[in-house]
Design a protein around this ligand. Structure first.
Ligand code: GCO
Ligand code: MG
Length: 419
């Protein structure tokens, strides 16, 4: 009598097979620094989690190496929720970017392992497909309005349906989001923070002109986004949000720093421009007031900096109650491992809005082979089990860590400002 094939999940069903026997932190710099956590079970299943915190990579690597890895060995990789609670609730010093990035790395690696044990992509484990692909936005930037408009045109030609636009500010030497001629935009360029100078009046003058021109050149259909990068006070942010209303932005991002969540009330009172915030948040507590008072439209906190899939799922469900949608951070300083996991989440989450998509370099893509792909304005996660992103460790070892920090900003009189 021939026996029925053993389902993939049954093969790893004992906690003995699922025991974590190895965990390793991999730091590599294929063009930029990335930190990756690799977890291995007794039955040989490998899970990967991104642990990259731009400019603070080694702090997370050390948190993982010194405080997390010793606690992983011997535990059951299948107890994802309990592991999350162990590292969050079980830590007296909880929250903060370093801790939550480390927890995210563990969490994503465990979801990857669960997917591989079950023979299913993560989006299936979450509840299945809600959409055919994740709408993404690319980054167009130029030294002036004309150049930015040309670059927006180039993104449209590549099939992008949504485009973030940033342009140089006359009189400001290194405005946020503008690349050095011929190179892709990369802010963490030097070992110690580069000092940039900021002028709010000059900026507030040019942004409405930029979007007036973009609508004139590119018509009403393309979705346009803009990132203020925390540079404005609440009342200045309200003025900007109101002045770009005629150009129907998809969103205005990080219009003012959000430590004081109530400050968004002021912007809301004056404008109907949709607001996005949260790439620097680490937990639901950073956006609780913003969400329950419907002060924002999109929450940007993503997997790697927000405690992983387990916490983000909770955050997204809470946001859904208030009609707030997701718009995950997806800059190049988040590794393809984060992007892979985020795309499974995006494919499932009912209240999805958009996903940021900056292109990783060829070197990065070679170190992190993956099965997601861009087609007609959307990113599509693959069908392989887990999150579909692997690491070529031999190649990774050829790119040693290179210390780099993000810039800082000062006002024209020399006073420190938000970068
Ligand atoms: C974005 C972000 C990035 C950040 C970067 C910091 O919206 O893409 O603001 O450009 O500056 O991720 O590490
Ligand atoms: Mg941003």
């Amino acid at each position: 009598m021939s026996s029925a094939p053993v389902p993939e999940a049954t093969k790893h069903s004992s906690s003995h097979d699922r025991e974590i026997v190895d965990a390793k932190v991999i730091v590599t710099c294929p063009g930029r620094n990335f930190v990756t956590l690799k977890i291995v079970t007794r039955s040989g299943v490998i899970g990967l989690g991104d642990a990259t915190l731009n400019g603070r990579e080694l702090a997370v690597a050390s948190y993982l190496q010194d405080h997390v890895v010793p606690n992983l060995i011997g535990r059951d990789a299948g107890r994802i929720e309990d592991m999350w609670q162990f590292f969050y609730r079980g830590a007296y010093w909880r929250r903060g970017p370093v801790t939550m990035t480390a927890i995210a790395a563990v969490d994503v690696a465990l979801w990857d392992i669960l997917g591989k044990m079950a023979g299913l992509p993560i989006y299936q484990l979450l509840g299945g497909r809600s959409r055919e692909g994740a709408l993404v936005y690319g980054h167009a930037n130029g030294r002036d309005i004309s150049e930015t408009s040309d670059v927006v045109g180039q993104f449209k030609e590549q099939g992008f349906l949504a485009i973030r636009a940033q342009c140089g500010v006359p009189g400001v030497k290194k405005a946020y989001g503008i690349s050095t001629a011929g190179k892709p935009y990369e802010p963490a360029e030097s070992e110690l923070p580069a000092e940039t100078v900021w002028s709010t009046p000059r900026y507030l003058e040019i942004v409405p002109q930029l979007f007036e021109r973009l609508r004139a050149d590119h018509g009403p259909e393309v979705e346009l986004l803009h990132d203020v990068h925390h540079r404005l006070t609440p009342i200045e942010a309200a003025r900007l949000a109101r002045s770009v209303e005629p150009y129907r932005l998809f969103w205005l991002e990080d219009a003012t720093p959000a430590e004081n969540q109530k400050s968004f009330e002021l912007i809301r009172q004056h404008s109907v421009t949709p607001l996005a915030v949260g790439e620097v948040f680490n937990s639901i507590w950073d956006c609780k007031h913003l969400i329950e008072n419907q002060l924002i439209d999109y929450i940007r906190t993503t997997i790697v900096h927000g405690g992983g899939i387990t916490h983000l799922r909770r955050l997204a469900d809470f946001a859904a109650l208030h009609q707030v949608r997701t718009g995950f951070h997806g800059a190049t300083d988040l590794s393809p491992v984060c992007m892979g996991a985020a795309l499974h989440f995006d494919t499932w989450v009912p209240n999805f809005g958009i996903q940021e998509y900056m292109f990783h370099s060829d070197e990065t893509n070679e170190v992190f082979p993956h099965d997601y792909e861009f087609r007609a304005g959307r990113l599509h996660c693959g069908e392989s089990a887990g999150h579909g992103v692997t690491i070529d460790e031999k190649l990774a070892a050829r790119y040693p860590y290179s210390p780099k920090q993000l810039p800082i900003a000062r006002l024209e009189d020399g006073a420190m400002w938000d970068w």
